[in-house]
Design a protein around this ligand. Structure first.
Ligand SMILES: Nc1ncnc2c1ncn2[C@@H]1O[C@H](COP(=O)(O)OP(=O)(O)O)[C@@H](O)[C@H]1O
Ligand SMILES: [Mg+2]
Length: 413
């Protein structure tokens, strides 16, 4: 019988809008959770960057991290806090550091998912290093780039093996364009990937813990319109397939928060980009979908903090491979992977927890997303991104889309 405070740390970079909303909603919820005879409350703080001693305590039970993929000091602090202080963090920093896009293609291929034909090619140029010339002289085979392109077929995509945010991605239609793109690629190590062309749908499935959101994604639209506002637009079986796929990917790699991009061709989903372990969380991109993200983030982080969830740093890939290697149809394999993934994410316990302890969230959130704090959070984010003469227009645009979410979905989850 004790009063226990659990602390959630937000390890942030350029994030503006979602932490404001997350913190404000947590405050409004003012949770006093009765768990195992104890009363548990939750505090949220921002994590600051400062020197740290390996031996020092960590004041957080859970950290939601947005920096690990590029900011070394925070990544090393997090790794130390997991190892020394039993911190739970999303996402697993070792996995983010080592599982690039290319690894994720290889893993899903092994598990039997549909990944377009993908090659890796040695880079056009190398940064100077002591052993470079002797290594290349002895072991780098001359290759005919055009032959590789012909084998894959056109159109194909050249993209960095570890890429994100569309940097360095080129659509290529013939040998000439392939050579041209390669000549401009510098030191970046590139994948060539068969284009999923034509396709009749492009969906980004965002997973946060065992919660999923499907976004009809228009890659050709302006940034603020790429996430289309459609709701409930997929046939139930396809939505289930994408949710299962994202759940399995995230469990396999130890990512609590990640998004999976799939393109549909002749009724099948081809996975093109699913190593995004710091997904876009800004209201200026998500707008209509933003409230879902905030609520999902609150639910999962509160569950992790309140139940003192332990970080499982083992990925247990052998369990997946044991299924992958059986001579059974893919549907059966997928069902096996989903079982493993549901166990890893404690899906049943999470759903019970939400039903028991977070039933108020819908109502509190419904009011919150029409509040002045929400409006101001949008304005702050817009101000950081848009030219001064567009601030009013875009603040209202995103505000109206959030209100549209309230109208259509606001009273449910
Ligand atoms: N194999 C592919 N088939 C069709 N389009 C692709 C393919 N690969 C990439 N693209 C297009 O290029 C965009 C960026 O590629 P993606 O792999 O998603 O990289 P990033 O990690 O930078 O988002 C995608 O949103 C899609 O429009
Ligand atoms: Mg992408």
């Amino acid at each position: 019988m004790a009063n226990i405070t659990r602390r959630i740390g937000l390890s942030l970079g350029a994030d503006i809008c979602w932490p404001i909303c997350y913190e404000a909603l947590m405050k409004q919820l003012d949770l006093k959770l009765s768990i195992g005879g104890d009363t548990i409350s939750i505090e949220v703080e921002r994590v600051y960057i400062e020197p740290f001693d390996l031996n020092q305590d960590c004041q957080y039970d859970v950290v939601i991290d947005r920096l690990t993929h590029w900011f070394q000091v925070s990544r090393e602090w997090i790794k130390k806090a997991i190892l020394v202080n039993d911190l739970y963090v999303y996402n697993n920093p070792w996995s983010i550091q080592s599982m690039e896009k290319h690894t994720s293609y290889a893993a899903l291929l092994r598990l039997g998912f549909q990944v377009p034909e993908t090659w890796m090619i040695p880079p056009k140029e190398y940064a100077a290093s002591a052993d470079l010339q002797s290594t290349l002289d002895k072991y780098a085979k001359l290759f005919d780039l055009g032959d590789v392109g012909d084998k894959i077929g056109y159109p194909l995509y050249m993209k960095p093996y570890d890429g994100g945010a569309w940097v360095g991605v080129t659509a290529i239609n013939n040998r000439e364009e392939l050579h041209d793109a390669y000549n401009k690629s510098g030191t970046r190590v590139m994948n060539l990937q068969k284009g999923v062309v034509p396709s009749d749908a492009f969906v980004r499935c965002v997973g946060l813990g065992p919660q999923f959101r499907f976004v009809n994604y228009d890659p050709g639209a302006a940034l603020h319109d790429r996430y289309q506002m459609d709701y409930d637009f997929l046939p139930a079986d396809q939505a289930q397939r994408l949710a299962d796929t994202t759940l399995v990917i995230n469990a396999f790699f130890g990512w609590d928060f990640n998004s999976c991009e799939g393109m549909r061709q002749h009724g099948n989903w081809h996975l093109i980009d699913f190593a995004n372990a710091c997904p876009d969380s800004q209201v200026t991109a998500l707008h209509y979908h933003f409230p879902w993200l905030i609520k999902a983030n609150l639910r999962w982080s509160i569950f992790c903090a309140a139940t003192d969830r332990k970080m499982n740093t083992d990925l247990d890939w052998h369990e997946y491979f044991a299924i992958a290697d059986q001579d059974i149809p893919f549907e059966e394999k997928l069902a096996g992977y989903v079982k493993l993934a549901r166990r890893r994410f404690d899906v049943d316990a999470f759903e019970d927890f939400c039903a028991t302890h977070l039933s108020e969230l819908d109502e509190v959130a419904y009011d919150f997303f029409a509040s002045e704090i929400m409006h101001d959070a949008i304005r702050q984010k817009v101000t950081s991104l848009f030219p001064v003469q567009e601030i009013d227009t875009f603040t209202e645009l995103f505000w109206n889309r959030v209100q549209e979410w309230r109208r259509i979905e606001g009273s449910g989850s």
